[in-house]
Design a protein around this ligand. Sequence first.
Ligand SMILES: NC(=O)c1ccc[n+]([C@@H]2O[C@H](COP(=O)([O-])OP(=O)(O)OC[C@H]3O[C@@H](n4cnc5c(N)ncnc54)[C@H](OP(=O)(O)O)[C@@H]3O)[C@@H](O)[C@H]2O)c1
Length: 213
Amino acid sequence: MRVGIIGSGMVGQTLAADLVRLGHAVVTGTRGPGKLEAFVAEHSGVRAASNAEAAAFGEMVLLATNWEGTREALDLAGPGNLNGKVVVDITNPLDFSTGRPALALSWNTSAGEQVQGWIPGARVVKALNTVTADAMLKPREFTGGEPDMFIAGNDAAAKGEVTQLLESVGWGVVDLGDITMSRLIEPLALIWITHGFNLGWTKRNHAFKLLNR
Ligand SMILES: NC(=O)c1ccc[n+]([C@@H]2O[C@H](COP(=O)([O-])OP(=O)(O)OC[C@H]3O[C@@H](n4cnc5c(N)ncnc54)[C@H](OP(=O)(O)O)[C@@H]3O)[C@@H](O)[C@H]2O)c1
C-alpha cells in the first residue's frame, strides 16, 4: 500500500521505518525535508517530501503531528489531497503547561472530531494514539496475549481498512463507534501516559487489553 505520513517526529519516523519493513511504500511529509536526510539515507524506501506530496501520495494517510501544529499541517497538506482518503488520526491533544500531561480539550469534543471537521472530505479514523510509537506496528512484542487498539470513525469501510492493517500486525481491534468516541479514546491515552510518567518514563512497555469472560 502507498502510505503518506504527515509529521516527521518520533511517531512519523518510527511508523515510516516500520511500514517500509512491512513492505509498504512511504512518503513522509514535513515542512523541512532536508532535516530528514540522514533518516532517509538509513531507511531505503522512505521518501521525504512536503505535507502536500505525502497527502497526495498516500492511499492511506497517517496524521502524526504535534497537536498544536495539526491544523497548520493539514492546511499545508491541502484538504483536497485528502478527499475520500482514510486518514488515521494518531494525535493526542496534550497540554504540558502544568508539568504533568493533561488533555487540552475533552468531554464535549476531541482531536478526532476537530481533525474530521478540518478535512471534511476525508474519512478520519482515530487509532494508534494509545501506545508508544515503537509499539504501534509491533504489538506482538507485548507479553500476556494480543493487546487491543481502540478505534473510532464515521466511515465503516475506512475503519475496515484500518482494522485490516492493525490486525495484520497483531492488534485486536475494538471499534467504539463514530468519531465522537475519540472523546473516550484520547483520555485513554492520558491513562497510558500517566502510568508511564509514574514509572519514571523509562518503561513504556504497557498497552491495553479488553478482557472477556
Ligand atoms: N510519541 C509517542 O510515542 C506518541 C504515542 C501516541 C500518540 N502520539 C501523538 O502523536 C503525535 C506525534 O507525536 P510525536 O512525538 O512524533 O510529535 P512531535 O515530534 O512533537 O511532532 C510531530 C510533527 O508535528 C509537526 N508540526 C509541529 N508543529 C507544526 C506546525 N506548526 N505546522 C505543521 N507541522 C507541525 C512537525 O513536523 P515537521 O517539523 O516535520 O513539519 C513535527 O515533526 C502527537 O500528537 C502525539 O501526542 C505520540
